[in-house]
Design a protein around this ligand. Structure first.
Ligand code: ZN
Length: 271
Protein backbone atom coordinates (compact mmCIF):
# COMPACT_ATOMS: atom_id res chain seq x y z
CA UNK A 1 0.00 0.00 0.00
CA UNK A 2 1.15 3.55 -0.75
CA UNK A 3 -0.59 6.71 0.38
CA UNK A 4 -0.28 10.45 0.79
CA UNK A 5 -1.40 11.92 4.14
CA UNK A 6 -2.89 15.21 2.95
CA UNK A 7 -3.72 16.70 6.36
CA UNK A 8 -1.72 16.02 9.53
CA UNK A 9 -0.41 18.29 12.28
CA UNK A 10 2.95 16.62 12.71
CA UNK A 11 4.43 19.29 14.98
CA UNK A 12 2.16 17.73 17.66
CA UNK A 13 3.25 14.14 17.00
CA UNK A 14 6.19 12.05 18.12
CA UNK A 15 8.81 10.41 15.92
CA UNK A 16 7.18 6.98 16.45
CA UNK A 17 4.19 8.34 14.48
CA UNK A 18 6.47 9.21 11.56
CA UNK A 19 7.95 5.73 11.65
CA UNK A 20 4.55 4.04 11.81
CA UNK A 21 3.21 6.14 8.91
CA UNK A 22 6.19 5.37 6.68
CA UNK A 23 5.96 1.68 7.60
CA UNK A 24 2.28 1.73 6.55
CA UNK A 25 3.21 3.17 3.12
CA UNK A 26 3.02 6.94 3.60
CA UNK A 27 5.13 8.72 0.96
CA UNK A 28 4.29 12.37 1.68
CA UNK A 29 2.67 14.30 4.51
CA UNK A 30 1.02 17.73 4.26
CA UNK A 31 0.57 19.98 7.27
CA UNK A 32 -1.92 22.86 7.27
CA UNK A 33 -1.32 25.74 9.69
CA UNK A 34 -3.56 25.27 12.69
CA UNK A 35 -4.49 26.35 16.20
CA UNK A 36 -1.80 25.31 18.68
CA UNK A 37 -4.32 24.19 21.31
CA UNK A 38 -3.91 27.60 22.94
CA UNK A 39 -4.10 31.16 21.58
CA UNK A 40 -0.76 32.59 20.49
CA UNK A 41 -0.12 35.96 22.12
CA UNK A 42 1.35 37.79 19.12
CA UNK A 43 2.21 37.65 15.42
CA UNK A 44 5.76 36.70 16.46
CA UNK A 45 4.34 33.35 17.65
CA UNK A 46 3.06 32.76 14.12
CA UNK A 47 6.39 33.79 12.61
CA UNK A 48 8.10 31.06 14.64
CA UNK A 49 5.35 28.56 13.74
CA UNK A 50 5.74 29.30 10.02
CA UNK A 51 9.51 28.77 10.38
CA UNK A 52 8.79 25.46 12.09
CA UNK A 53 6.43 24.38 9.27
CA UNK A 54 8.71 25.44 6.42
CA UNK A 55 12.12 24.61 7.85
CA UNK A 56 12.28 22.41 10.95
CA UNK A 57 9.43 19.91 10.41
CA UNK A 58 10.55 18.95 6.84
CA UNK A 59 13.94 18.02 8.31
CA UNK A 60 12.32 15.89 11.02
CA UNK A 61 10.19 14.09 8.38
CA UNK A 62 13.23 13.62 6.12
CA UNK A 63 14.88 11.53 8.85
CA UNK A 64 12.22 8.93 8.04
CA UNK A 65 12.49 9.37 4.27
CA UNK A 66 9.20 11.25 4.18
CA UNK A 67 8.48 14.38 2.10
CA UNK A 68 6.83 17.12 4.18
CA UNK A 69 4.70 19.98 2.83
CA UNK A 70 2.70 22.71 4.54
CA UNK A 71 -0.05 25.30 4.16
CA UNK A 72 -0.01 28.75 5.77
CA UNK A 73 -2.67 30.96 7.40
CA UNK A 74 -4.02 32.20 10.69
CA UNK A 75 -6.60 29.63 11.74
CA UNK A 76 -10.26 30.66 12.20
CA UNK A 77 -10.09 30.17 15.97
CA UNK A 78 -7.61 33.03 16.31
CA UNK A 79 -9.09 35.10 13.47
CA UNK A 80 -11.58 36.74 15.84
CA UNK A 81 -8.84 39.27 16.69
CA UNK A 82 -8.73 41.40 13.53
CA UNK A 83 -5.52 43.23 14.46
CA UNK A 84 -3.63 39.99 15.07
CA UNK A 85 -5.10 38.53 11.85
CA UNK A 86 -3.90 41.55 9.83
CA UNK A 87 -0.38 41.22 11.25
CA UNK A 88 -0.22 37.48 10.55
CA UNK A 89 -1.60 37.87 7.01
CA UNK A 90 1.16 40.40 6.35
CA UNK A 91 3.78 37.79 7.32
CA UNK A 92 2.56 35.07 4.96
CA UNK A 93 3.86 36.41 1.60
CA UNK A 94 7.43 36.25 2.97
CA UNK A 95 7.03 32.48 3.35
CA UNK A 96 5.23 31.69 0.09
CA UNK A 97 8.46 31.12 -1.82
CA UNK A 98 9.61 28.39 0.60
CA UNK A 99 9.95 25.14 -1.32
CA UNK A 100 7.46 23.05 0.73
CA UNK A 101 4.53 25.52 0.74
CA UNK A 102 1.40 24.24 -1.02
CA UNK A 103 -0.97 27.15 -0.50
CA UNK A 104 -3.24 28.96 1.96
CA UNK A 105 -4.90 26.81 4.66
CA UNK A 106 -6.54 25.59 6.70
CA UNK A 107 -8.71 28.69 6.51
CA UNK A 108 -12.45 28.85 7.10
CA UNK A 109 -14.91 29.33 9.91
CA UNK A 110 -15.12 28.13 13.48
CA UNK A 111 -18.17 29.83 14.98
CA UNK A 112 -19.37 31.42 11.72
CA UNK A 113 -18.79 34.91 13.18
CA UNK A 114 -18.60 38.19 11.29
CA UNK A 115 -14.88 38.66 12.04
CA UNK A 116 -14.07 35.09 10.97
CA UNK A 117 -15.85 35.76 7.67
CA UNK A 118 -13.86 38.96 7.15
CA UNK A 119 -10.55 37.15 7.71
CA UNK A 120 -11.68 34.29 5.46
CA UNK A 121 -12.24 36.82 2.65
CA UNK A 122 -8.79 38.30 3.27
CA UNK A 123 -7.18 34.85 3.02
CA UNK A 124 -9.06 34.13 -0.21
CA UNK A 125 -7.84 37.45 -1.61
CA UNK A 126 -4.27 36.60 -0.58
CA UNK A 127 -4.51 33.21 -2.28
CA UNK A 128 -5.90 34.78 -5.46
CA UNK A 129 -3.22 37.48 -5.60
CA UNK A 130 -0.44 34.89 -5.20
CA UNK A 131 -2.08 32.15 -7.28
CA UNK A 132 -2.17 29.69 -4.36
CA UNK A 133 -4.22 26.55 -3.76
CA UNK A 134 -6.75 26.79 -0.90
CA UNK A 135 -7.52 24.29 1.89
CA UNK A 136 -10.66 25.03 3.91
CA UNK A 137 -11.53 23.82 7.40
CA UNK A 138 -15.28 23.59 7.99
CA UNK A 139 -16.69 24.06 11.50
CA UNK A 140 -17.65 21.07 13.56
CA UNK A 141 -18.57 22.60 16.89
CA UNK A 142 -21.14 25.03 15.54
CA UNK A 143 -23.38 24.67 12.50
CA UNK A 144 -21.32 22.82 9.87
CA UNK A 145 -23.93 23.09 7.13
CA UNK A 146 -24.29 26.85 7.55
CA UNK A 147 -20.50 27.30 7.85
CA UNK A 148 -19.92 25.29 4.69
CA UNK A 149 -22.58 27.25 2.80
CA UNK A 150 -21.08 30.59 3.92
CA UNK A 151 -17.57 29.43 2.94
CA UNK A 152 -18.69 28.33 -0.52
CA UNK A 153 -20.37 31.74 -0.97
CA UNK A 154 -17.13 33.56 -0.14
CA UNK A 155 -15.17 31.40 -2.60
CA UNK A 156 -17.76 31.73 -5.36
CA UNK A 157 -18.06 35.50 -4.88
CA UNK A 158 -14.37 35.92 -5.77
CA UNK A 159 -14.27 35.44 -9.51
CA UNK A 160 -10.52 34.78 -9.48
CA UNK A 161 -11.01 31.52 -7.53
CA UNK A 162 -11.28 28.26 -9.47
CA UNK A 163 -13.14 25.57 -7.50
CA UNK A 164 -10.89 22.75 -8.73
CA UNK A 165 -8.01 24.50 -6.91
CA UNK A 166 -9.83 24.48 -3.52
CA UNK A 167 -10.48 21.59 -1.16
CA UNK A 168 -13.22 21.80 1.48
CA UNK A 169 -12.16 19.59 4.36
CA UNK A 170 -14.02 17.79 7.17
CA UNK A 171 -17.10 17.19 5.01
CA UNK A 172 -19.80 14.93 6.42
CA UNK A 173 -22.92 13.31 5.01
CA UNK A 174 -24.91 16.56 5.16
CA UNK A 175 -22.28 18.79 3.48
CA UNK A 176 -20.45 16.64 0.90
CA UNK A 177 -23.10 17.02 -1.80
CA UNK A 178 -23.10 20.84 -1.87
CA UNK A 179 -19.28 20.90 -2.02
CA UNK A 180 -19.02 18.46 -4.93
CA UNK A 181 -21.97 20.01 -6.79
CA UNK A 182 -20.19 23.39 -6.71
CA UNK A 183 -17.10 21.84 -8.36
CA UNK A 184 -14.81 21.86 -5.32
CA UNK A 185 -12.75 18.99 -3.95
CA UNK A 186 -13.93 17.47 -0.65
CA UNK A 187 -11.87 16.04 2.21
CA UNK A 188 -13.09 13.48 4.74
CA UNK A 189 -11.41 13.60 8.14
CA UNK A 190 -11.17 10.26 9.92
CA UNK A 191 -11.51 10.75 13.66
CA UNK A 192 -12.21 8.11 16.29
CA UNK A 193 -14.88 10.25 18.01
CA UNK A 194 -16.01 13.37 16.14
CA UNK A 195 -16.04 14.09 12.40
CA UNK A 196 -16.06 10.84 10.43
CA UNK A 197 -15.28 7.16 11.09
CA UNK A 198 -13.73 4.89 8.43
CA UNK A 199 -17.07 3.13 7.92
CA UNK A 200 -18.91 6.43 7.32
CA UNK A 201 -16.14 7.62 4.99
CA UNK A 202 -16.34 4.47 2.88
CA UNK A 203 -20.14 4.81 2.81
CA UNK A 204 -19.63 8.28 1.31
CA UNK A 205 -17.16 6.96 -1.27
CA UNK A 206 -19.74 4.35 -2.29
CA UNK A 207 -22.52 6.91 -2.48
CA UNK A 208 -20.74 9.86 -4.13
CA UNK A 209 -17.84 8.23 -5.99
CA UNK A 210 -14.18 9.16 -5.55
CA UNK A 211 -13.78 11.71 -8.35
CA UNK A 212 -12.84 14.75 -6.22
CA UNK A 213 -12.48 13.22 -2.78
CA UNK A 214 -9.63 12.49 -0.38
CA UNK A 215 -9.25 11.08 3.13
CA UNK A 216 -7.03 12.38 5.91
CA UNK A 217 -6.30 11.73 9.57
CA UNK A 218 -5.96 15.40 10.63
CA UNK A 219 -3.96 13.99 13.53
CA UNK A 220 -2.99 16.70 15.99
CA UNK A 221 -2.50 17.25 19.74
CA UNK A 222 -6.00 15.87 20.53
CA UNK A 223 -7.57 12.43 20.31
CA UNK A 224 -6.72 11.37 16.74
CA UNK A 225 -5.09 8.50 14.86
CA UNK A 226 -2.06 9.08 12.60
CA UNK A 227 -2.75 5.80 10.74
CA UNK A 228 -6.43 6.57 10.11
CA UNK A 229 -5.96 6.69 6.31
CA UNK A 230 -4.45 3.19 5.94
CA UNK A 231 -7.07 1.90 8.40
CA UNK A 232 -9.82 3.31 6.14
CA UNK A 233 -8.06 1.68 3.18
CA UNK A 234 -8.37 -1.66 4.99
CA UNK A 235 -12.10 -0.98 5.43
CA UNK A 236 -12.38 -0.37 1.66
CA UNK A 237 -10.60 -3.66 0.94
CA UNK A 238 -12.78 -5.51 3.48
CA UNK A 239 -15.85 -4.34 1.58
CA UNK A 240 -14.45 -5.61 -1.69
CA UNK A 241 -13.08 -2.42 -3.28
CA UNK A 242 -10.18 -3.24 -5.61
CA UNK A 243 -6.56 -2.41 -4.83
CA UNK A 244 -6.74 0.03 -7.76
CA UNK A 245 -9.77 1.82 -6.24
CA UNK A 246 -7.99 2.10 -2.89
CA UNK A 247 -4.85 3.45 -4.57
CA UNK A 248 -6.95 6.04 -6.42
CA UNK A 249 -8.56 7.18 -3.17
CA UNK A 250 -5.50 7.43 -0.90
CA UNK A 251 -2.67 8.10 -3.37
CA UNK A 252 -3.72 9.23 -6.85
CA UNK A 253 -6.43 11.66 -5.72
CA UNK A 254 -4.24 13.67 -3.35
CA UNK A 255 -1.53 13.57 -6.00
CA UNK A 256 -3.95 14.98 -8.59
CA UNK A 257 -5.11 17.85 -6.38
CA UNK A 258 -1.75 18.72 -4.82
CA UNK A 259 0.04 18.33 -8.16
CA UNK A 260 -1.63 21.59 -9.19
CA UNK A 261 1.00 23.28 -7.00
CA UNK A 262 4.45 23.26 -8.66
CA UNK A 263 6.09 22.78 -5.25
CA UNK A 264 4.46 19.36 -4.83
CA UNK A 265 6.79 16.78 -6.32
CA UNK A 266 5.41 13.34 -7.26
CA UNK A 267 6.84 10.97 -4.62
CA UNK A 268 8.92 9.01 -7.19
CA UNK A 269 10.67 12.24 -8.13
CA UNK A 270 11.49 12.90 -4.48
CA UNK A 271 13.15 9.53 -3.79
ZN1 ZN B 1 -6.35 20.40 10.69
Amino acid sequence: MRYIEPHAHMVSRVTDDYRAMVTAGCVAVCEPAFWAGFDRSSAAGFYDYFCQLTSHEPKRAAQFGLAHYCWLCINPKEAEDLTLAREVLALIPKFLDRSNVLGIGEIGLNKNSRNELKVLEQHVDLAARHDQLILVHTPHLEDKRKGTRLTLEVLRNDRRIRPERCIIDHVEEHTIQMVLDAGFWAGMTLYPETKCTAARAVDMVERYGSERLWMNSACDWGVSVPLAVPYAALEMRRRGHSAEAVDRMIYQNPLRFLGQCPNFKPPAAVA
